[in-house]
Design a protein around this ligand. Sequence first.
Ligand SMILES: Nc1nc2c(c(=O)[nH]1)N[C@H]1C(S)=C(S)[C@@H](COP(=O)(O)O)O[C@H]1N2
Ligand SMILES: [Mo]
Length: 330
Amino acid sequence: MPRRKWEIPEREATDEAVYLNRRKFLRGAGLGTIGLISGCIPDRLLQPTDLLDPKPFLGIEDREPIPPDQWYPAPVNPDFSTLDRPLTDEEIAGLYNNFYEFTTTKEVWKYIDKFEPSPWTVEIAGLVNEPRTWDIDDLVGRMDLEERLYRHRCVEAWSMAIPWTGFPMKALIDQVEPLSSARFVRMTSFFNPSVAPGQWDRPDFPWPYVEGLSMAEATNELTLLVTGIYGHALPTQHGAPLRLVTPWKYGFKGLKSIVRIEFVEEQPATFWNTEAPHEYGFLSNVEPEVPHPRWSQASERFISTSLSSFERRDTLLYNGYEEYVAHLYA
Ligand SMILES: Nc1nc2c(c(=O)[nH]1)N[C@H]1C(S)=C(S)[C@@H](COP(=O)(O)O)O[C@H]1N2
Ligand SMILES: [Mo]
């Protein structure tokens, strides 16, 4: 069994890219090397629709959901299979989180044991032709999951590099058919103080956590709805069972544990923009030359193998994703 890509040292990165592309190609040809080696062929690789229908996406309602035990590992999107920095160790990424529903410290893992993100539903609501409440497995099982390595930049000037698994938000938006009056997407996290100590400890915060994107941002190629990390389902501290990832924006835009996706006409009021409007704008794109009122954003603390030692790196405009998003802000 080949090592997973995050276990492969940097010096082998080129070989690794070749391997990933090969894996992607083999999947396209209907052959699952991974499955054959391990003795089980994930059904995901052999969907009858792949063989019969050259158009990959039937209507979401017409698809048979693939069960969660077959979601990972998802094929790696070759456009996002390498980065200019090593991946952050999985253990480190899971020990240093922001999830204010549980704690304002980084030790979310200590406070999250009562949170069971199952069963879980996601409501698609507002200005759409197909409003509906989905069971999470029923929804995700109908989407084409893929893996992408992304830079991850917190507004607090630390950063990581993370392999996410998910599907482009655009794929979902295309299915639910927003009305032409929809100008923004408003996304909401759960509210349940009985399992989330931060929600009773800090009643002053504007719960539930809400975030939003313009329709152009939400349908951008980079925007992912994420269900997995490091080749498996999201652990709770990373926002199970479904979270947003917009890698050109500060991390707080990427809300965790989504329960509602709503299409609206007006720019939504969001959690951090409501709490401290002068510090956290609605757009919050990564911009090295725009300082936070209390600190510079020109450089960042890149966390990879240890929380106590880190690399100082220059912040990249749009976190290195200028080619994908600059046109949105021209
Ligand atoms: N619901 C919710 N989502 C959230 C947050 C939060 O406090 N609550 N914190 C945000 C911030 S500030 C960051 S940097 C990222 C952190 O994601 P990670 O812990 O998976 O690295 O989640 C974002 N999503
Ligand atoms: Mo953040």
